[in-house]
Ligand binder design. Structure first.
Ligand SMILES: Nc1ncnc2c1ncn2[C@@H]1O[C@H](COP(=O)(O)OP(=O)(O)OP(=O)(O)O)[C@@H](O)[C@H]1O
Ligand SMILES: [Mg+2]
Length: 271
C-alpha cells in the first residue's frame, strides 16, 4: 500500500460541486467542502440526506453525475486505484465475518492486502483495540462495541491516511460509543484524516474539528462547533442563557423545529 503524499497545506479531501441523482431523485445537488489533513470532519444529515451516497462517491464505489472530488490529491473519478490505496471505508453496516474469530478476520484482511506478516499485524491491532483476550473467539459472540472496534481495526490494515466512517456508532450503547470515540480521536491524533457521518449530534460535538450539515442535497452549514453555535442569536445578559446545543443549531438550520422559542432564554434568573 502506498502512502500518498499530500500537497503542502492542501486539503486531504476536496469536494467540489458533487451532484448525484438516482433516477429522477436528485440526492446531491452540488456539494462542496474541504477536509484538512489529520482532522476529524463530521457530516451531519437526516435519514436519506445523502451521507452514504457521498461517502460511496469519495471511496470510489459510486460515480458522481457532476463535480469533482479528490482524496490526497487523487481524483476519485480518474484515479480510483490511487484513492483506494490511500483510504479505508468502514461502512454503515459492519463488514465483520461472524463465523471467523476476531483474529481470523484481521488476518484475512491483512492477507488480502498482501502484507508480509498477517499474524503480527492482527496481534498488533487486537492489542491496540483492547481485543487481545477476545481475539480467539468468534465475532458472533462479540458485543456491538467490540464488533465495531474490530470493524474499524480491520479498516486500518495497511495504514490508510484517510478513513471514512459511515455512522460508526449507530446502535451502540453509551459505553461502546465512548470506546469508538476514543479510537477515532486516537486515529486523528496520529495524523489520520477522518470523515465520519453521523445522525448523533453529540457525536459530532464530541469528536469533530469541523461539522458540515447536508440538507436537501447541499451543505447548508460548515464550521467549527463554536462557529455553528454563533449562527443562533446571542444570549441576553440578564438571564442565564441556555447555551444552544448542536441539536438546536441543526434543527434551526434545517428549519425543522416546532419550538418557536428555541433560541429564547430559558427564563432562569441569575441570583
Ligand atoms: N442505489 C440507489 N438507488 C436508488 N436510490 C438510492 C440508492 N442509494 C441511495 N438512494 C437514495 O438516495 C437517498 C440518500 O440515501 P443515502 O443512503 O445516501 O442517505 P443517508 O444520508 O446515508 O441516510 P441514512 O442516515 O438513513 O443512512 C435516499 O433517498 C435513498 O433512497
Ligand atoms: Mg447512510
Amino acid at each position: 500500500m502506498t502512502t500518498a503524499v499530500n500537497a503542502p497545506n492542501g486539503p486531504a479531501i476536496r469536494v467540489q460541486g458533487i451532484e448525484k441523482s438516482f433516477k429522477d431523485v436528485q440526492v446531491l445537488r452540488g456539494v462542496d467542502f474541504d477536509v484538512a489533513p489529520g482532522s476529524i470532519f463530521a457530516l451531519l444529515g437526516s435519514n436519506g440526506a445523502g451521507k452514504t451516497t457521498l461517502v460511496r462517491i469519495l471511496s470510489t464505489l459510486l460515480k458522481a453525475d457532476a463535480g469533482t472530488a479528490t482524496v490526497e490529491t487523487f481524483d476519485v473519478a480518474t484515479q480510483p486505484q490511487q484513492v483506494r490505496e490511500a483510504i479505508s471505508l468502514t461502512g454503515q453496516f459492519a463488514a465483520v465475518d461472524e463465523i471467523l474469530t476476531g483474529r481470523e478476520n484481521l488476518v484475512l484482511v491483512a492477507r488480502l492486502r498482501h502484507l508480509s506478516d498477517p499474524g503480527a499485524v492482527a496481534d498488533d491491532l487486537l492489542e491496540r483495540f483492547s481485543l487481545t483476550d477476545a481475539g480467539g473467539r468468534k465475532a458472533s459472540t462479540y458485543s456491538g462495541g467490540m464488533r465495531r472496534r474490530l470493524d474499524i481495526a480491520m479498516s486500518l490494515i495497511g495504514d490508510p491516511s484517510v478513513i471514512f466512517l459511515d455512522e460508526p456508532t449507530t446502535g451502540l450503547d453509551p459505553q461502546a460509543r465512548n470506546e469508538v470515540w476514543q479510537t477515532v480521536r486516537h486515529l486523528a491524533d496520529n495524523g489520520t484524516t477522518v470523515l465520519l457521518t453521523t445522525q448523533y449530534l453529540d457525536e459530532a460535538e464530541q469528536l469533530a474539528d469541523r461539522i458540515a450539515i447536508l440538507h436537501r442535497g447541499t451543505i447548508i452549514s460548515n464550521g467549527t462547533l463554536a462557529e455553528l453555535k454563533q449562527l443562533l442569536p446571542p444570549a441576553e445578559v440578564s438571564y442565564v442563557e441556555k447555551q444552544p446545543s448542536l441539536e438546536d443549531v441543526f434543527l434551526t438550520l434545517i428549519g425543522d423545529t416546532e419550538d418557536p422559542d428555541l433560541t429564547a432564554p430559558t427564563g432562569k434568573e441569575v441570583r
